[in-house]
Design a protein around this ligand. Structure first.
Ligand code: ADP
Ligand code: MG
Ligand code: ZN
Length: 193
């Protein structure tokens, strides 16, 4: 049988805000580093909430990251010897990210993509849904519903805005379960938990 010994693959880590996507990406990247495998982590330049050149989880885990403007800058920033590519907040990238990930996987790299699968109105948040279809491995993370403690798969925006992208964290967004999610009520005081 003919084999392709050098093929890589794509892993997607998706779910709502606070579900542990960055934590899981950091965990996988750290294990690769321990194994002395060349790792590069990228993040969109627009997301500078917790520092410019680092991915930080809500639980304060950190890993160095290269901020890039778009998928072509990401592709151009790869260095020789990189075998694992991590991409956080991938929903903020352009549609070209899909083909960049495909090409890297085809060229033998392990590509780990983390991002929101749904926006604050539960609409598919591209390019994550397309990448889920193109990935060998998909991990769907759930958060803890900030209202009731149940399994949260949605991101509730707490402030009034029709913009797709409003950067923020606790106070601006909450993780919500199916029962607690309220799409039509943008202004909701956050619960202090
Ligand atoms: P994401 O990247 O999906 O937004 P992070 O990896 O940054 O998530 O953060 C996950 C961590 O956030 C958890 O391990 C936990 O310590 C903390 N956390 C705070 N609020 C919640 C919540 N409602 N549900 C789950 N984890 C939460
Ligand atoms: Mg994150
Ligand atoms: Zn709930």
């Amino acid at each position: 049988m003919f084999r392709h010994p050098t093929a890589g693959w794509i892993e997607v880590i998706c779910g709502p805000m606070f579900s542990g996507k960055s934590e899981e990406l950091i965990r996988r990247a750290t294990r690769a580093k321990i194994a002395r495998i060349g790792v590069q982590i990228f993040k969109p330049r627009i997301d500078s909430r917790y520092g410019h050149d680092v991915v930080v989880s809500h639980s304060a885990l950190k890993v160095d990251a290269v901020p890039v403007a778009d998928s072509s800058e990401l592709a151009a920033s790869l260095v020789d010897g990189t075998q694992v590519v991590g991409i956080d907040e991938a929903q903020f990238f352009d549609a070209g990210l899909v083909e960049v990930c495909e090409r890297l996987a085809h060229d033998g790299l392990r590509v780990i993509v983390a991002g929101l699968d749904l926006d604050y109105l539960r609409r598919p948040f591209e390019p994550i849904p397309t990448l889920c279809g193109r990935a060998e491995y998909v991990t769907k993370m759930l958060a803890v519903c900030h209202r009731c403690g149940g399994p949260a798969l949605y991101t509730q925006r707490l402030v009034s805005s029709d913009e797709l992208v409003v950067l923020g964290s606790r106070g601006t967004y909450e993780a919500r379960c199916r029962m607690c999610y309220r799409p039509g009520e943008p202004e909701q005081p956050p619960l202090d938990i």
